[in-house]
Design a protein around this ligand. Sequence first.
Ligand SMILES: NC(=O)c1ccc[n+]([C@@H]2O[C@H](COP(=O)([O-])OP(=O)(O)OC[C@H]3O[C@@H](n4cnc5c(N)ncnc54)[C@H](OP(=O)(O)O)[C@@H]3O)[C@@H](O)[C@H]2O)c1
Length: 275
Amino acid sequence: MNDPRIAFVGAGNMTRSLIGGLIADGRNPARLCVSDPDTHQLSAVASRFQVHTDTDNQRLTENCDVVVLAVKPQVMATVARALGPSVQHRQPLVISVAAGIRTADLERWLGGRCALVRCMPNTPALVQSGATALFATEGVSPPRRDLAESLLRAVGLTLWVEDEALMDAVTAVSGSGPAYFFLLIEALQEAGEALGLGRKSARLLALQTAFGAAKMALESSDDAAILRQRVTSPGGTTQAALEVLESGAMKALLQSAVTAARDRSRALAQQLGAD
Ligand SMILES: NC(=O)c1ccc[n+]([C@@H]2O[C@H](COP(=O)([O-])OP(=O)(O)OC[C@H]3O[C@@H](n4cnc5c(N)ncnc54)[C@H](OP(=O)(O)O)[C@@H]3O)[C@@H](O)[C@H]2O)c1
């Protein structure tokens, strides 16, 4: 499929990020369209991206090769049930970006098996620096897998998981992950201020250090553990700090935190799928 027609259901943050990324990547806005019951949202999207819009999800998706479901998880059952007959009849590629909605539940709401890709993006997707895990059901052909991946790549890194149960671990690591790093930046900034740095300087130093460390780690073939060892001279300042973090069992604490997020993700998925 060279230039598929792509419908986005829901004109919120994720749709705007994806469309912004796709157009920046060279996709033709005339092949993208968006539906949402809120006409204010639609006119904002239409004037920003020059894409076709409609308040009616069914009408919009009828002639599309790809349907991206980008509504809140809480309304997904209603939206999917209404689209079910058309999806079953036409069999477009369906991509869900909704957190915590399992493919078995989505297929049940859509009225049966279909070519379905479930994605778990994270909020840095809003600045085209997201990390997205994808899972495809059996009905998705290799070219359609490639298509789904190319759409999500417009907002950052993508990787596939072959076991859907791992989506709860993905949610715990990269879905909730930005908040862990925000907390670390916040704490480092506060520590800098406590040691006498001005608020603005402490903030900038903490932020640029987080960015620089992530960039270095991304560009290196070495593990983070090796990079850490390399910047830790015996008896030096970094070692003094790391010893304090280790005495507070920082790794074990993070392990417990991420496990708690994974367990909460499982419980929420069960709750959302009960509809
Ligand atoms: N934002 C992120 O970084 C992020 C990260 C990971 C996953 N996700 C997932 O992406 C999905 C969308 O998130 P978002 O942040 O883009 O949410 P959002 O900004 O609230 O956008 C959802 C849009 O869907 C609209 N909508 C509500 N009912 C609808 C219906 N029946 N038909 C069509 N559109 C409808 C909403 O309109 P109203 O505002 O009028 O209700 C809103 O404009 C969610 O499932 C979320 O889990 C988002």
